[in-house]
Structure formats: C-alpha cells, structure tokens
Design a protein around this ligand. Structure first.
Ligand SMILES: [Zn+2]
Length: 324
C-alpha cells in the first residue's frame, strides 16, 4: 500500500507545516500579548492552573479541587476569547494552526500513520503521475466514446460497443483492485485511447491507496539500461517495478528494440509473476507481434496469465483532426 517515496515526502511536508504552524503561533502570541497585557496575564494564570491540577491529584479532596480548578480554567479561557473578539481576532487565534488536528502534523497517532499522511501520499502520487503523463487529466469520465465508429465487425459487435465494454471493465477493475488482481494485456491500433485508459486506471488505483508505477515502455527500458550500465538511476529502477502493487507498462513495443529491452521485458514479466502482482501492458502489438519482438516465452506468459482487452476502430487522433 502507498508508494514509500510518497509516504516519506508526505511526512516531510507534514513536518514542515508543523514547524510553520508553531512559528506562526509563537509570533501571534507575542503580538497579541503585547497589545493586550491582560491576555499575557491569563496565559500565566492558565499555566499556573495546569501545574496546580497536576498537584491536586494527591489532595484528600482531589475531585473537588480539580473541579474548581477546571472551572477557573474555563472562565479564564472564556475571558481570553472575549478579549480576542474585542480585538477583532478569531476565538482560536492563539491555538497552533496545525493542518491536521488528529496528529498535530506529527503524522502518527498512537504509533500508526495518520490519515492525513495517507491523503498527502495519494496527492503526491497523483501529482507525480501527472508530471510523467504523456497526456493530461485522463479519467474514466472524460474518455470520449463518440470517436468510435459504429461499425459492425465480423462478430456483429461494433467497435463502439467493444470500447464501452472495455471502459466498464477497466472501471470495475480499478474499483475492485487488490494486490492479486489479474494482469491485463490491452492491445489495438494506435490512437484508440489505450494510454488514456491506462492513465485513468493508474489514477483510480492510486486513489484507493495503492502503490502504482506507471511508465512508457521506452522510458522504463532506458532507465533500466542506465541503472545497469551507469551509476545514475532514472525514475524507474528494477526494484520499483517489482515492488509496485500495480505496474503499468504503456505502449510496449514502441521502444527502440534491442536484445537488452527484450531481456528487461522478460525480467519484469517473470519477476511480477513470481510475486503474483499484476501488470497492465498496453501495446499496438498483437500476440504474433509480441512473439516476434520478445520471443515465444513472453508471448506464452501473456496468453496464459493476462486478460486480453482488445480495442478496435479507427485512430481517434486522426478522426479528431477531421471533426474540427
Ligand atoms: Zn494527521
């Protein structure tokens, strides 16, 4: 669950906000107490009461003493609120303005990671996805079906109907995603929205809190090559590709083909099968093409272990040009 990088960035961001909140609160306290000496006196009285309550636990009439101290504390706090109001300031002006009231921006509650860190990690992962996306703001809702021609194929189903079925399948796949979801082999001609739907799937699965690694095949393979032959790792490392809850390899087959890229594809596919974690491959290659480019073994893995999802029709990008 959650990208470890995003989680550590989230902790760093929370710590920074905590420091800012504390600094701001000290500044406000100094400013208010300078303007209103009575508020400074109230603060001193309140800390005195705090110390007295701690001692009162040992009194004979502990309950009674504590009740009267608590009442006094409440009265002082109300007086302070009234004073702040008379200065046209909000009642909680002297409270530390933490972003998260649950953990005071510490990131943990009772030793467990706070929900605010998880929310931050999701936002950080979505931002990272947007940064590396070849196409922006792709969601299931803005997937445009109107470009699919309503043509009948030999099985009597139109390209549009098939695209609708695929869209619904991927929506449900994302909604029900877990670490042992099936791997998908999404194939069809260029420009039918495969990248759009793989990005929409990535975003939806990230929003469920999973660690998703998305990458264009060409970038993944060249980063792995750098990792192996140079000491400057790129965005993708083999460890990240193997650790992710969901790995999406977009546009497989478009990369510059070498025996190295074929062996990387092989390592990724075999490595993920060993851990039982899913991969989504999108490609223009049909199974014969996969076999020719990556060999019999990868082709048979895909046939045996991946759910095939085929897109048919004309190139959406070409059609968009004619529609304007
Ligand atoms: Zn929190």
């Amino acid at each position: 669950m959650y990208s470890p990088e995003a989680i550590s960035k989230a902790f760093a961001a929370a710590a920074q906000e905590r420091a800012q909140a504390l600094a701001l609160s000290i500044e406000r306290k100094a400013q208010v107490e300078q303007q209103c000496p009575r508020i400074a006196a109230i603060s001193r009285e309140l800390s005195g009461i705090g110390a007295s309550i701690a001692k009162a636990f040992y009194d004979k009439n502990a309950a009674q003493s504590i009740d009267s101290l608590a009442a006094e504390s409440l009265r002082l706090q109300q007086e302070r609120k009234a004073l702040l109001k008379s200065m046209h300031l909000p009642e909680d002006y002297l409270e530390v303005p933490y972003s998260c009231p649950l953990c005071s921006d510490r990131g943990r509650v009772d030793g467990k990671i706070c929900s605010c860190i998880k929310q931050r990690a999701v936002a950080i992962s979505l931002k990272e996805l947007a940064r590396i996306s070849p196409s922006k703001n792709c969601s299931f809702d803005n997937f445009d079906l109107s470009y699919y021609k309503n043509l009948q194929d030999k099985n009597g189903k139109s390209a549009l109907e098939k695209a609708k079925v695929n869209l619904e399948y991927l929506k449900a796949y994302s909604a029900d995603f877990n670490e042992h979801s099936k791997s998908l082999y999404i194939f069809g001609k260029t420009g039918l929205g495969k990248t759009h739907l793989s990005l929409a799937t990535a975003a939806a699965v990230i929003q469920k809190g999973y660690n998703v690694v998305y990458g264009m095949a060409g970038v993944i393979f060249s980063d792995i090559e750098k990792e192996k032959f140079q000491s400057t790792p790129g965005t993708y490392t083999m460890q990240k590709l193997l650790d992710a809850d969901l790995l999406i390899v977009d546009d497989l087959g478009s990369e510059f083909h070498t025996s190295f890229s074929a062996s990387v594809a092989h390592n990724i596919i075999e490595g993920r099968l060993l851990t039982g974690k899913p991969v989504i491959i999108t490609t223009n290659l049909d199974i014969t093409g996969i076999q020719q480019q990556y060999g019999e073994r990868i082709a048979s893995r895909i046939i045996g272990e991946y759910v095939p999802i085929q897109f048919e029709g004309e190139d959406i990008r070409q059609m968009k040009k004619f529609m304007y």
